[in-house]
Design a protein around this ligand. Structure first.
Ligand code: NAD
Length: 283
């Protein structure tokens, strides 16, 4: 193995320590997470987020609603939280049960309380190059690249995946740093032709080991966002053998995962600053 491992944990710990200082200075930050149903993976994510929020001093409420909750019941709950002055930040864990339209629920969030950064206004602000609340995972990736002083200006960045949660915001953040960005997805032909030219390759697909060593540019930076549960435990989207070719590689687990939670807490601080008028949310 020749690649330098970009580990998330030490960077995430620093961010979380800063969040704890910010929370202490602000006094109170109210975060409400809403989980509808009992999806086991969502339950794990919510627990991790809570543990981290509480450790940082955030006043976190873990709201659980039954699987059969209707769309109008959830919308009414979101409206109640939007109006609650004790609530700075709201997170509705996705995916939602099939009877509920996720897009409607996301649109119902007060944009300045949308800690995940999924509301169309927050997405639009990012695409305009005037970011407000930005999804935590791609923000975490940018922090990792900055920590390792990866030159992005003029670099060719290739993002595999175009979800609203990871791929699209990732591409825009890289573009803002003046990278030349290619977005690949399930209909992309000859994926390797694109990835082999990538100075920075971000894989956010959800297919274990789909990026093989022969798809990686020698010396390139490879960021593995994938979290895939397999019989061999949690694995990424990148074959670990890529470490023989890449210059930098994020491990799975212990790479992007810890950064997501740390950046989510940073977003909660930002929500609190919006609510207190310390930061202006665009009118
Ligand atoms: P998604 O299913 O919404 O999107 C996957 C994307 O991959 C799609 O845009 C699709 O076009 C693309 N894709 C699918 N098959 C492809 C193929 N063969 N070739 C090229 N592109 C292909 O998933 P998501 O929510 O963006 O998550 C992606 C992965 O990242 C998952 O493994 C998820 O668990 C993980 N994830 C990790 C974190 C973290 O904190 N590390 C956070 C969010 C998501």
């Amino acid at each position: 193995m020749s690649a330098t491992l970009i580990k998330g944990k030490p960077i995430a710990e620093r961010i979380r320590a800063q969040v704890a200082e910010d929370v202490a200075a602000i006094g109170h930050i109210g975060l409400v997470t809403v989980l509808v149903g009992d999806d086991p993976a969502s339950d794990v994510y919510i627990r991790l987020k809570h543990k981290a929020a509480v450790a940082a001093g955030i006043d976190a409420t873990d709201l659980r609603l039954p699987e059969e909750t209707t769309e109008s019941e959830l919308l009414a709950k979101v409206e109640e939280l939007d109006a609650d002055p004790q609530v700075d930040a709201i997170l509705v864990q996705l995916p939602l049960p099939k009877q509920i339209d996720e897009a409607k629920v996301i649109r119902a969030l007060a944009p300045a309380k949308d800690v995940d950064g999924f509301h169309p206004i927050n997405a639009g602000q990012l695409y305009l190059g005037e970011p407000t609340l930005v999804p935590a995972t791609p923000r975490g990736v940018m922090a990792m690249l900055a920590e390792h002083e990866v030159e992005l200006s003029g670099a060719h960045a290739v993002v595999i995946g175009r979800s609203a949660i990871v791929g699209k915001p990732m591409a825009h953040l890289l573009l803002q740093q003046n990278a030349t960005v290619t977005i690949c997805h399930s209909r992309t032909k000859d994926l390797a032709r694109h990835t082999l030219g990538a100075d920075v390759l971000v894989a956010a697909v959800g297919v274990p080991g789909m990026v093989t060593p022969d798809m990686v540019k020698p010396g390139g930076v490879v960021i593995d966002v994938g979290i895939n549960r397999t019989d061999d435990g949690i694995v990424g989207d990148v074959d670990p053998g890529a470490a023989d070719v890449a210059g930098h590689l994020t491990p799975v687990p212990g790479g992007v995962g810890p950064m997501t939670i740390a950046c989510l807490l940073e977003n909660a601080v930002r929500c609190a600053r919006y609510r207190r008028g310390e930061l202006a949310y665009p009118a």
